[in-house]
Design a protein around this ligand. Structure first.
Ligand code: XMP
Length: 517
């Protein structure tokens, strides 16, 4: 396994995903973590991430001695390479020529890291790599024992290597896809140079987790709030495979779900897979609590609290539950703990089922804590979940509650469900679903005039929203084809009573958010 030491790069998670894609397990530790934790992790190799700081200033992070003492292969990326160079006796200087974006570097010498990896060959026979650079400082003199393994005009030392100790540094970012050979370079490092076997595959992850869950839980009983979203669905499938009937899921239909969603969840889990699922029909309780409430944050609070109440009621009916399972995934752990430093972490509010664990004296089990979303999806498929469930767009916890502007009413929710289903069905049919990261309809209870046949209509509006994004922190509105939008708009107005107009949201995030409330 590989340790990734995080110096604060925006790409650190990407490094971890690439390493996992190479079939190798890795964890991210903060650069100022307890050195004893590094030693205890006993990695086969360490990758030092980039970071926003400059080693040419005094008090910036350094590589802990414990890393060098491991005596395993090292790969420093950007800041990681500069820190390595500075600490091992090389020279790093601020550069007058800052370099951001595409660059071409010449691979020099025959380092074990870059040997035979190239995008082009020059007429003189040198290998060239197309890479992604983002740096201000540069190494001007490799440390003793290191050769220069890559260079270009603005970074004459764009890579350093000591083949004997297997310590390397690259100024460019192999983890981003713009570095075309990046995956090959990282795979070579973790597999060939560190000697990791590449056994981190969906099948092995599942077997490994099943064994761990069985050991952890013993013959205890586990409770899971199943939402039908990707994470909780995969937890359900995994736990069911591991402990069968010791798992009970509670699925709350709050009346704010998508068309047919509750039935689908029940069909997949209860009927198909034979999972114990208690379906709670709580539509009336939720709608009653929401009656007359128009403020979005207040609606969120009511929905969140009501969910806990309903879940609590069910849980209390069950006897002898020992564990509460949650679908926490690795990015949640990293975000809330600032890298896995072993500190206790705060669970995101939408993952947390209130104070239930304490009150019911439940222990927490989080089987996906080490996995990235793409890994969760892959093991979901491997566990036999339907592809359209595993590749579903994210759906907010408050559901349609924040997609009906202002007061939530059942008649609005029913119409919105239909509009949303038409939009999503057409996206799938036209092979546009996977090209968008999230797409949905919004109900606007404002009246607008329309005309059908000879009649005048004065009815409500549906807005369509579709975005493309990687991290949901920023997003671009999806450039869906006009003919497609035209078709969806006609279907919605023709098929749903009470809708006179459809609009398409062309706001990016920022300045808008993805959801309308
Ligand atoms: P915004 O609207 O903030 O959304 O741009 C970013 C992502 O978060 C989802 N979202 C929520 N998810 N509870 C959730 O579980 C919420 O209250 C909530 N609000 C927004 C949203 O769907 C998008 O994927």
């Amino acid at each position: 396994r590989i340790l990734i030491l995080d110096f604060g790069s925006q790409y650190t998670q990407l490094i971890a995903r690439r390493v996992r894609e190479a079939g190798v397990y890795c964890e991210i530790y903060a650069c100022d973590c307890d050195p004893a934790a590094i030693t205890a992790f006993a990695p086969n190799g360490v990758i030092l991430s980039g970071g926003p700081e400059s080693v040419t200033f005094g008090e910036t992070p350094r590589i802990p001695d414990a890393v060098f003492a491991l005596d395993v292969p090292l790969l420093g990326i950007c800041y990681g390479m500069q820190a390595m160079a500075a600490q091992l006796g090389g020279t790093v200087e601020p550069s007058s020529h800052k370099e951001f974006g595409y660059a071409r570097v010449r691979a020099r010498g025959h380092s074990r890291l870059l040997r035979d990896i190239e995008d082009h060959t020059t007429p003189e026979g040198y290998g060239m790599l197309d890479v992604w650079m983002s740096h201000g400082d540069r190494v001007t003199e490799p440390p003793p024992g290191f050769k220069r393994i890559a260079s270009n005009d603005s970074a004459p030392v764009a890579g350093i290597g000591d083949d004997e100790r297997c310590w390397y540094g690259v100024q460019f970012h192999p983890e981003v896809t713009h570095t075309l050979q990046g995956q090959r370079i990282l795979t070579r490092f973790v597999r060939e140079l560190c000697g990791c076997s590449g056994s981190w595959t969906p099948g092995n992850i599942i077997n490994d987790h099943i064994a761990r869950v069985r050991e952890q839980v013993g013959d205890g009983k586990v409770l899971l709030a199943l939402s039908g979203g990707v994470d909780s669905s995969v937890v359900a499938a995994l736990l069911h495979r591991a402990i069968g009937d010791q798992l009970t899921c509670v699925f709350v239909d709050n009346g704010l779900l998508r068309l047919g969603e509750a039935d689908q969840v029940m069909a997949t889990f209860a009927r198909h897979m034979g999972v114990n699922v208690i379906r709670v029909d709580a539509e009336n309780r939720f709608l009653k609590a929401l009656a007359g409430v128009t403020d979005p944050e207040q609606k969120r609070k009511i929905i969140g609290n009501m969910f806990i109440d309903v879940f609590d009621d069910e849980a209390e009916r069950l006897q002898n539950v020992d564990w509460l399972a949650q679908g926490t995934i690795y990015p949640d752990v990293i975000e809330s703990a600032g890298a896995a430093t072993g500190k206790a972490h705060v669970i995101k509010s939408h993952h947390n089922v209130g104070g239930l664990p304490d009150r019911m004296n439940l222990k927490l089990i989080e089987p996906l804590r080490e996995l990235f979303k793409d890994e969760v999806r892959r093991i979901g498929i491997e566990l036999g979940l339907p592809s359209n469930m595993v590749h579903r767009h994210p759906f907010p916890g408050p559901g349609l509650g924040v997609r009906i502007l202002g007061e939530v009413r059942k008649e609005y929710a029913d119409k919105l469900r239909k509009a949303d289903a038409i939009f999503i069905e057409e996206l799938w049919k036209n092979e546009l679903y996977s090209q968008t990261s999230q797409a949905f309809a919004v109900y606007m209870p404002v009246k607008s005039v329309g005309v059908t046949g000879d009649g005048r209509r004065y009815e409500h509006v549906i807005a369509l929203r579709a975005v493309e994004t990687i991290d949901f922190m920023t997003a671009r509105w999806a450039r869906l084809p006009y003919d497609f939008l035209d078709h969806v708009s006609r279907r919605i107005i023709n098929e749903i009573e009470g809708i006179s107009r459809v609009v398409y949201d062309i706001s990016g995030k920022p300045p808008a958010t993805i959801e309308w409330e």
